[in-house]
Design a protein around this ligand. Sequence first.
Ligand SMILES: Cc1cc2nc3c(=O)[nH]c(=O)nc-3n(C[C@H](O)[C@H](O)[C@H](O)COP(=O)(O)OP(=O)(O)OC[C@H]3O[C@@H](n4cnc5c(N)ncnc54)[C@H](O)[C@@H]3O)c2cc1C
Length: 388
Amino acid sequence: MEYALSPAMRALRARARAFAETVLYPLEIICDEQDGLPPELELAARQAAQASGFFAPNVPVADGGAGLSIFEQVMVEEGIGRATGMLWAVVWRPSNVLLQATPEQKQRYLHPWARGERRGCYAITEPGAGSDTSQLATTAQREGDGFRISGEKWFATGGDVASFFMVVAHVPDETGPRPTIFFVDRNAPGVRFAREPRFTHASVYGHPVVVFDDVRVSQDDILGDVGLGMELTRDWFREERLMIAARCLGAAERALELALAWAQERHASGRPLIEHQAIGGMLADSATELAAARALTYNVAWEIDQGLDIRTAHGKAAMVKLFASEMAGRVCDRAVQVLGGRGYMREHPVERLWRDTRVDRIWEGSSEIQRLIIARGLARRGVTTLTG
Ligand SMILES: Cc1cc2nc3c(=O)[nH]c(=O)nc-3n(C[C@H](O)[C@H](O)[C@H](O)COP(=O)(O)OP(=O)(O)OC[C@H]3O[C@@H](n4cnc5c(N)ncnc54)[C@H](O)[C@@H]3O)c2cc1C
C-alpha cells in the first residue's frame, strides 16, 4: 500500500487539466445550451485531444493508443474530468474488451477508434435489465453459420455517433442462455434508433434507445467466444469504475476551488464567508473527503499496476467508484450552497458539476450494486484483503 506521486505524474495531471481549461471549458456553455456540440466543434475538440498525447489512453501503443498505465490514466481522467457536459469524452477511450479481439477485428474496430476515426458503443442495458443483467432479453438465435439478433438497448452512450455497436445478447443453447458480445455495424439492416431521450446532464454524446430487429451477424462478429459476454464486460466495468472515480476527483476539486474562491471574496455580516463557521465547515468537510477519495483512488490504481489479483481489484474498484462518486455528489452540492443563488445558475460551473456528477452514482453499476460487490468480496476474502 504505497504509491508516490512522482513529478512526471503531477505533470501529466497538470497537462490534462490544462487541456480541459483551454480546449473544453470554452465549449461548456454551448454544450449545455445545445445539449451537445455542433459537429465541427466536436471534431475540433477531438482533433485537439488526438494531439494531446493521451488520446485512447488505455490502448497499447502497438494498437495505436497512448499505452498509459492505470495510474497514468487516472491522472488524465482526473484532469479532464473537471470539464462539464461530458466534454471529457472527446478524449476517446475505446472499450478495453477490444484488446481480446482477433487481429482482423482489431483492424476493423479498435485501430480506427484509437485513431479517432470511428467509434463504437457498448450496449448492454435494456428496458427490463439494468443492474440485473441476468434479465437480458436480447437474443442471438443461431441461423446457418451466423446469428440473428433481436432486442432493445437503452442508454447506449455514444450510440448517436457510433459506427458500430458491441451488443451483449444471449445465445440460447442446451445449457441455457449464454451472454455473448457481438459487433453490429450501425448501417446493418434491422438497426433502428428508437429515440434520443434527454437527461439531467447535457452531454457531448447522446444515450439513445436502439432497437435490433432480426439483425444478421456472422460467427466472425463475436468478440471472444460465445458465453464470454459478462466476463468481458466485467473487465470493462472494472477499468471504467476507476476512471469514473478519477473524473469525480477532478469535478469535485474544481467545485471546491470555485466555492473556496467565492467564500474568500464574498463578504457577509462584515466578514468573508469563509470566516463564518458554517461555510468554513462545509469547505473543510469537502477538502477532507476529496483528499480521502483521492488517496483511495490513487492507491488502488497503483496496486492494479503492480498486478493486484483480478477479484480483489474488482472489489477495490467498486470501493473506489462508490466512495468517489458519493464524495463528488456531496462536494458539488456544498459548492452550490456556498455560492448561494449564483450556484444555482446554469451558467455557473458548480451548477453543471452538481448536475453532471449525479449520474456517477448510477451508471456502470449504481452505488447499491457497488455495495453488493464489496459485501460479496468481504464475505469471500475477508476484511484485510479489501482494506489493507
Ligand atoms: C446517462 C447514462 C448513460 C449510460 N450509458 C450506458 C451505456 O453506454 N451502455 C449501457 O449498456 N448502459 C448504460 N447506462 C445504463 C446504466 O449502467 C444503468 O442505468 C445502471 O446500471 C442502472 O440500471 P437501471 O437504470 O436499469 O436501474 P435498475 O437496475 O432498475 O435499478 C433501480 C434502482 O434499484 C437499485 N437496485 C437494483 N438492484 C438492486 C439490488 N439487487 N439491491 C439493491 N438495490 C438495487 C439500483 O441501485 C437503483 O437505485 C447508462 C445510464 C445512464 C443514466
